[in-house]
Design a protein around this ligand. Structure first.
Ligand code: PLP
Length: 292
């Protein structure tokens, strides 16, 4: 598989980003005592790349900086990260990958050291044509935290995009065991949160709503772009506390994310529900067409 890799360089002591270099992705680059490997102690972002252009790059960089603040990691020097990410995107296009994804990672570095580790990896994107057209079956799974967890227990890092994604993978296995494609987390006090790697969107008439982002979930870059587009199309939009009842009665529902874009929800806990194929196609055309 085609891959393009850049390693970030950091100043010992301050941990400030100082530059980057493109390296051979087939060679080993990560030390086994890196805290990414031993503790999942780091942060990441994944963005979509179309023809060498990274979609929503500024929003992803802002969220990387926000996650770094939450984990008390050295602040990433965004101009250098932007250059590294763009260099990988351009190299990916030059290698013939028109539709790709870019993952950028910042870790606390090697155990006992004071220097972070960072890299940017570009890969071809998987094909999501079927999920986008036919929709996905989801199950609601209790996350075990109340919706106010970000306020009561900030050390749980709810709402930071950390490398500790074993739980986000486990819920997909649980969803598969229940005959579904994806999962939607629900707070222990009964509010809809987010997918394993996606945000929830509902359409109620000419209004699009998504869960409030102060309830321990990621502020989705894709959801934000859908809202910006939808407002231009005459929809109203809102961030709300939503319940499974709201999902059941909504006219349409989607899980949206940077690489898959909008996947319509066609069943919840085994109960079929209608999908809005026409609006799904319009949303995905708008998301595919983003040039920044
Ligand atoms: N929520 C979680 C837990 C995620 O992992 C992701 C993306 O990976 C999202 C939401 C959607 O975010 P974005 O639209 O920025 O990709």
């Amino acid at each position: 598989m085609t891959a393009v890799l850049a390693l970030l360089e950091f100043a010992p002591g301050t941990g400030a980003t100082t530059g980057f270099r493109l390296v051979d992705p087939a060679q080993p680059h990560l030390t086994v005592t890196d805290l990414a490997a031993t503790r999942g102690d780091g942060i990441f972002e994944t963005a979509r790349v179309v023809d060498g252009r990274v979609q929503a790059l500024e929003a992803h960089l802002e969220r990387l900086a926000q996650s770094a603040r939450m984990l008390e990691l050295p602040a990433p020097t965004l101009p250098l990260w932007r250059d590294a990410i763009n260099a990988v995107a351009v190299a990916l296009a030059a290698a013939g990958v028109a539709d790709g994804s870019i993952k950028f990672v910042l870790t606390r570095g090697i155990e006992g050291g004071q220097v972070p580790t960072g890299w940017v990896l570009g890969l071809p994107s998987p094909d999501f044509t079927r999920e986008r057209a036919e929709g996905i079956r989801i199950v609601l799974l209790d996350r075990g935290y109340r919706h106010d967890v970000a306020h009561t227990s900030p050390w749980l890092l709810a709402g930071a995009k950390t490398l500790s994604y074993a739980v986000n993978r486990a819920v997909l296995r649980e969803a598969a065991r229940r005959g579904a494609d994806d999962a939607l987390f629900v707070s222990s006090d009964g509010y809809l949160l987010e997918g394993a790697v996606s945000s929830l969107l509902l359409r109620v008439g000419s209004r699009l709503v998504t869960p409030r982002v102060d309830i321990g979930i990621l502020a989705g870059t894709t959801q934000a772009d859908v809202f910006n587009w939808a407002e231009l199309q005459g929809f109203t939009t809102g961030y709300e506390l939503l319940t499974p009842g709201d999902l059941a009665t909504a006219d349409a529902a989607w899980l949206v994310s940077s690489v898959r874009h909008a996947a319509p929800v066609r069943a919840v806990d085994g109960v079929e529900r209608p999908i809005d194929a026409e609006l799904t196609a319009r949303i995905n055309a708008a998301l595919d067409g983003r040039i920044d």
